[in-house]
Design a protein around this ligand. Structure first.
Ligand code: SAM
Length: 324
């Protein structure tokens, strides 16, 4: 675990951030290895797995495929299945791992297909993926040969999924830090592209988050912002009174014009809304690979256009903007 973190800091390279980053990583590594009960359990499970190097990996119809079934014995495959189950909830994917299909809650490939055609080429770029979860999108980015694809994933169970996948993939240009965006030390003008997808509604101060993203990007760099939005053309944002779609930590759902205004205020230009999509059961669905509820439980049983709280059902927009 610690090697993963130090390799990430090495890959980021020298700069004023090095000291604070090393300190932050030492603390996060300590938490993951010695303090957080969930992470300790997952580390122990990882250590029990056989040291098998897959013959390769691929992306087949949006599914990330690591190794093949015949590369493991029957007993090894059973152990792998049990370990993968112990690493639930598998939210973002899908994956096939040594022949075991991990049918994740989200078909993340659908979002990638909607966004990828609009991106500046990722080859040779320094990329940041905020809220990278198990690393599904980092792996999609890796296929484009970036200089660096760095994820930030503060939730230990999801960071451990990334660690598990990298154990087989060993992608040299892909790294991840178990930190929140707000915890990252200043790295002004460092990144060429930043993905900030499915995170803004969790942030209590969206303006501060967007300002921080602008500072992290070089002038002319690209921000890919994807978030839950409110349907409509007025400059408004919904602030859910309590929960939204049973989620506790949702602060603001702006309309697309409101989001465009936020981006302009935070230092972005050439703002384009490239996608608006209502979340469907095809994209987010219940599966045995999660141990929680999913979309059908979040919607009003009598009106699928509304959440159980009576708000508009989940609508997501993707915007691409350039740093001024
Ligand atoms: C809804 S998921 C989105 C995952 C992925 N980016 C996607 O678009 O499918 C939100 C992710 O952001 C992470 N997250 C939440 N707050 C964050 C923050 N302040 N900084 C970085 N990541 C955060 C969560 O742990 C979670 O993995």
């Amino acid at each position: 675990m610690m090697e993963l973190l130090t390799a990430a800091v090495r890959a980021i390279g020298p700069g004023s951030w090095q000291g604070p980053l090393a300190e932050l990583i030492a603390d996060k590594g300590h938490q993951l290895i010695h303090v957080d009960g969930n992470a300790r359990k997952r580390n122990a499970l990882m250590a029990q797995l056989p040291e098998v190097r897959p013959t390769g990996w691929d992306i087949e119809n949006g599914r990330i495929t690591i190794g093949r079934a015949e590369e493991l014995s029957k007993a090894q495959r059973q152990l792998l299945f049990e370990t993968l189950m112990a690493f639930r909830p598998w939210r973002k994917g899908p994956f096939s791992i040594f022949g075991i299909d991990v049918d994740t809650e989200w078909r993340s490939d659908l979002k990638w297909e909607r966004i990828a055609p609009h991106l500046a080429p990722l080859k040779g770029r320094r990329i940041l993926d905020v809220g990278s979860s198990c690393g599904y999108y980092l792996m999609r980015m890796a296929a484009a040969e970036p200089h660096l694809a760095l994820g930030l994933e503060p939730y230990p169970p999801l960071f451990c999924q990334y660690a598990l996948l990298q154990r087989w993939l060993k992608l040299p240009r892909v790294h991840c830090l178990p930190v929140k965006l707000e915890e990252l030390p200043p790295m002004d003008d460092y990144f060429d592209t930043i993905f900030h997808m499915g995170v803004l509604y969790h942030q209590r101060s969206p303006h501060d988050a967007l300002k921080q993203l602008a500072a992290l990007l070089r002038p002319g760099g690209e921000l890919v912002l994807e978030t839950l939005v409110l349907d409509g053309n007025e400059d408004l944002a919904l602030c859910p009174r309590d929960r939204y779609a049973k989620m506790r930590n949702v602060f603001f759902l702006p309309t697309v014009p409101c989001l465009e205004a936020w981006l302009a205020k935070a230092g972005f230009t050439d703002v384009r809304c490239v996608d608006r999509t209502w979340t469907t059961i095809e994209e987010q669905h219940p599966t045995s690979w999660i141990n929680t509820e999913s979309l059908p439980d979040f919607l009003d049983p009598g009106d699928s256009g509304k959440t159980v709280e009576g708000y508009q059902a989940p609508l997501r927009a993707a915007l691409i903007a350039r740093r001024r």
